[in-house]
Write a protein that binds this ligand. Structure first.
Ligand code: C2O
Length: 541
């Protein structure tokens, strides 16, 4: 085991993009931020110092944080924000973890620019389960906004309306030639004909699921969310915010410059999101740099079938600890809805549909952030900050008309609350997530902190335990699953990591609206199965 000690600073940085100059929040002045390189089972110690005026936290997305819940990073869940001028040291071990993950800010919408890759190599002497690539590259897909993201979130929440689309999609921070003032703002990978490349693709976008493809090249998926998969070859893939997918690409085409493209997946209706895509270049050595790249094809923005095919192909290479028996069966509806507008200004309506206000919920509870961290409240037995009565079943009846995506269920109203669900240590959990949103036009990328989970099933319409087909042989082991629009997904995990773990939609706007819940996993009997003390420098509210 190696100990990696890393010091980072949260800093603002002035940049010019899309014809505009503005300050963005970064780590060490870099956008995307620095890569954390480590090896399986390494101990990682990262001190984050906040030099910006914004409250900050950093989350290590996909790191399971075994017995180190204090280091997880979501604001008001496991810690209070790191305030201006303060520091906080995260310490965790990458227990049996390898592959591509990422880190990002976990407060307000800072994640839009505060993110970077985590690359965990296998232990020394342990090869990949596929031929060694000639080179490896990281591709972070994202969105760029001309607005200040902290202010934008506040404004949207105050208005009750929806989120405006971003100003550009990006690849490693570069929008590419389809956007204004961006002819030169293009990311490029140089390749040698005949060689094979490993691309570590991360979706760090705030609010959009993305298709990705490379002109004339096939992508062989070999890993998803930091776990090896059975090799699966596709022409395009869909990656949802929070997911990481590794692909092998062989430079087996005539010498030329090929486009790599990232564009939106947005099921039905809001096709205006499909206007542009981020373009980068897959450039063969010897090809002219001046020419345009050969164009990459992406599915149309509402191609649900392409997404389903991609999901069907994701299979674990070894589903070693899949719980075949379950003892805790949870069913939770997820969705976006429209609430009555309550505004302080008389005669002013909200900007949601029909003068209402957007909200989102799980089992009809809109998650409200507590005033101090839930983990601290739980650990110190502080009263009045949360209740442990997250409903066993949805509070309101729901029904899809014929189970069709985007049809209108009859009731999705929600109650506000900080209600958690307590799980016994070692519980073998199956959780079925059922989309019910009346205004949903996309998958909900549901992410669970502190765990990966097996995605044992999914489908469209209403989940029916009598007919649902589950894969108990080789389901993929993920930390984020796009619950199909107007459909459901079933996941399984063993609750063997005590602490407070956030689960939420990785579309940031939906988390802002309250599409979230927290699980408290109790301590085990053995002292080695118990949550340790909080660290001395834990930020206070
Ligand atoms: Cu990637 Cu709760 O986050």
């Amino acid at each position: 085991m190696t100990v990696c000690i890393i010091l980072v600073k949260v800093q603002t940085k002035r940049i010019t993009k899309l014809c505009k100059t503005k300050d963005i929040v970064t780590i060490n002045g870099m956008y995307p931020g620095p890569v954390v390189y480590a090896q399986e089972d390494d101990r990682v110690i990262i001190t984050v110092t906040n030099e910006t005026p914004y409250n900050t936290t950093i989350h290590w997305h996909g790191v399971r944080q075994m017995l180190t819940c204090w280091s997880d990073g979501p604001a008001y869940l496991t810690q209070c924000p790191i305030q201006a001028g303060q520091s906080f040291t995260h310490e965790f071990t990458l227990v049996q973890q390898k592959g591509t993950l990422f880190w990002h800010a976990h407060i307000s919408w800072l994640r839009g620019t505060v993110h970077g890759a985590i690359v965990i190599y296998p232990k020394t002497g342990v090869p990949y389960p596929f031929p060694n690539p000639y080179e490896e590259h990281i591709l972070i897909l994202g969105e760029y906004w001309n607005n200040n993201l902290v202010k934008l979130e506040k404004k949207i929440l105050a208005s009750g309306g929806g989120a405006p689309p971003s100003d550009a999609y990006t690849i490693n921070g570069y929008p590419g030639p389809l956007y204004n003032c961006s002819e030169k703002d293009v990311y490029k990978i140089d390749v040698i004909p005949g060689k094979t490349y490993l691309l570590r693709i991360i979706n760090a976008a705030l609010n959009i699921e993305l298709f990705f493809s490379i002109a004339n090249h096939k992508l062989t998926i070999v890993e998803a969310d930091g776990e090896y998969t059975k090799p699966f070859t596709v022409e395009q893939l869909m990656i949802t915010p929070g997911q990481t997918i590794n692909v092998l690409v062989e430079a087996d085409q005539p010498i030329a410059k090929y486009d790599m493209a990232a564009g939106p997946y947005m099921s039905a209706r809001f096709v205006q999101f499909g206007k542009n895509s981020a373009i980068a270049h897959f450039h063969y050595s010897g090809a002219s740099l001046a020419s345009l790249g050969l164009p990459a094809r992406l599915p149309v923005s509402n191609d649900n079938l392409a997404v389903k095919k991609g999901m069907d192909g994701l299979r674990s290479l070894n589903a070693t600890n899949l719980p075949l028996e379950i003892d805790t069966n949870l069913f939770v509806t997820i969705g976006v809805n429209v609430e009555t507008c309550h505004t302080l200004t008389p005669n002013k309506s909200c900007q949601g549909p029909n003068g209402g206000k957007f909200a989102a919920s799980m089992n009809n509870i809109t998650f409200v952030m507590p005033k101090i961290s839930l983990l601290q409240a739980y650990y110190d037995r502080l009263r009045g900050l949360y209740t442990d009565d997250f409903p066993q079943v949805p509070l309101k009846a729901y029904d899809f008309v014929n189970g069709a995506p985007n049809s209108i269920p009859n009731n999705t109203q929600s109650l506000n609350g900080t209600r958690v669900r307590v799980l016994e240590y070692g519980a073998r959990v199956q959780l079925v997530l059922q989309d019910t949103g009346i205004v949903s036009t996309e998958n909900h990328p549901m992410h669970l902190h502190g765990y990966s989970f097996y995605v044992v099933g999914y489908g469209t319409g209403n989940y029916d335990p009598r007919t649902a087909k589950l894969n108990l042989v080789d389901p993929p082991y993920m930390n984020t699953i796009g619950v199909p629009v107007g459909g459901w997904a079933a996941i399984r995990f063993v609750a063997d990591n005590p602490g407070v773990w956030f689960m939420h939609c990785h579309l940031e706007i939906h988390t802002s609206w309250g599409l979230a819940v927290a699980f408290i996993v109790k301590n085990g009997k053995d002292p080695l199965e118990a949550l340790p003390h909080p660290p001395a420098d834990l930020p206070m509210c």
